[in-house]
Design a protein around this ligand. Structure first.
Ligand SMILES: [Zn+2]
Length: 392
């Protein structure tokens, strides 16, 4: 019995050992396989993202190289995604769409790779101007990754493009909650745009509500104040109009000339010179750091022959803002009127060295886009409220 029992135990132990060994072997193999697969996916994603930046400079060569890659390794999904992105960057949207679509439809791929392809497909639609398809596609991306801020930003951008301000507003609120920020500046601009649309349709009361709401979000939303002022003026509520326009002068002094011509139209008649003087003197006292008001007052003084006083105003304006063209031009005119030719010539020389031809007055503080007029959304980097007056 003993040997049998021994044999049984040994057999038993052997079986257990073999079982353990096999178990360990397979679990190790499986783990190893899983790790390799994980690594491959993350490599692929990194490859797609990284190469995106590199190839943006030489798309033609990159296309050539990638075609080689997919020819010899047809299973290289990341190379296909890249190739699609390159076609998009070259304006070949149909080809880009076809490639990205074929990846999205494949069933054997990891969800994250498919999601990346879906994101790129959405971008193809957007760039091709197929906004409805882009909206649906970005929504699909968001369904699988509900915290994808980039997808939300593109979605909002499309809603702005098609002037669906209400939806753009809602998406921006979502972005704000994802970023844990207020985004009040952008939200205010979106409300203002919505208000402008209402106003264009003749719905003044609705428009007013949007402008007022915009100001609640961002007290410094100049575009909202500007439109609110115009709206009050049209309704004959002059005091309220002046109040709103003054806010524009406070928050965006570079619009002072524009605002003053509105105020002049609202408050004064042609022969109201005295009143205008008083108003301007009050305003320059109220806003002593605003060089534009000084230029306006100076010009008025110059018109009425008060040259010395005019020069005083222009010099003060020039001191506050050395590159203020209007101050320097008016200064030259004053010196000419006063027969001070030497001073006039010196001022002209200074001006030539200061101003290049066609110099732009405004610039985007993020991407550097230059423009001669103030705009609320940068056409280059597509951000709200980043265009500002150039520094001295
Ligand atoms: Zn910009």
């Amino acid at each position: 019995m003993i040997p049998f029992a021994f044999t049984f135990e040994l057999k038993d132990i052997l079986l257990i050992l073999i079982g353990l060994f096999l178990g360990l072997f397979f679990s190790f193999f499986k783990k190893d396989y899983r790790q390799k697969r994980e690594k491959k996916i993350s490599d692929d994603l990194a490859y797609i993202k990284g190469i995106n930046y590199v190839i943006s400079n030489e798309p033609d060569r990159a296309i050539e190289e990638l075609i080689k890659v997919v020819k010899f390794n047809p299973e290289t999904v990341s190379a296909y995604i890249m190739l699609g992105n390159l076609f998009r960057s070259q304006g070949e949207y149909e080809r880009a769409i076809r490639i990205h679509q074929s990846i999205v439809l494949r069933e054997d791929l990891d969800q994250r790779i498919k999601l990346q392809a879906m994101f790129d497909l959405s971008l193809d639609f957007k760039k091709a101007g197929l906004f409805n398809r882009a909206i649906d596609s970005f929504k699909e991306v968001i369904k699988f990754s509900s915290d994808n801020i980039e997808a939300f930003i593109h979605l909002e951008d499309i809603y702005e493009e098609v002037k669906d301000w209400e939806k753009a507003f809602k998406i921006r609120q979502k972005i704000a909650s994802l970023r844990n920020s207020k985004e009040e500046e952008v939200l205010a601009h979106l409300l203002t745009e919505h208000g402008k649309e209402k106003q264009a349709l003749g719905k003044r009361d609705d428009a007013r509500k949007y402008f007022e709401n915009a100001i609640k979000y961002d007290e410094k939303c100049v575009d909202a104040w500007l439109n609110l002022g115009d709206l009050y003026f049209l309704k004959g509520e002059i005091e309220k109009a002046i109040y709103a326009w003054e806010k524009v002068i406070i928050f965006s002094p570079s619009l002072t000339f524009d605002i003053f011509s509105r105020i002049k139209k609202a408050l004064f008649n042609k022969d109201d010179d005295e009143k205008i003087f008083r108003f301007l003197e009050d305003m320059t006292k109220k806003y002593p750091e605003n060089p534009y008001l000084k230029v306006i007052l100076g010009k008025k003084l110059l018109d009425t022959g008060k040259n010395e006083k005019a020069v005083e105003q222009f010099l003060q304006a020039k001191k506050i803002k050395p590159n203020l063209k209007e101050a320097r031009e008016s200064l030259i005119k004053s010196y000419q009127a006063m027969g001070k030719l030497e001073e006039a010539i010196k001022e002209i020389k200074d001006m030539f060295s200061l101003f290049k031809e066609n110099e732009y007055k405004y610039q985007c503080r993020v991407c550097g886009y230059e423009t001669s007029q103030i705009i609320w959304k940068c056409p280059q980097c597509r951000r709200w409220g980043t265009i500002q007056e150039k520094d001295d």
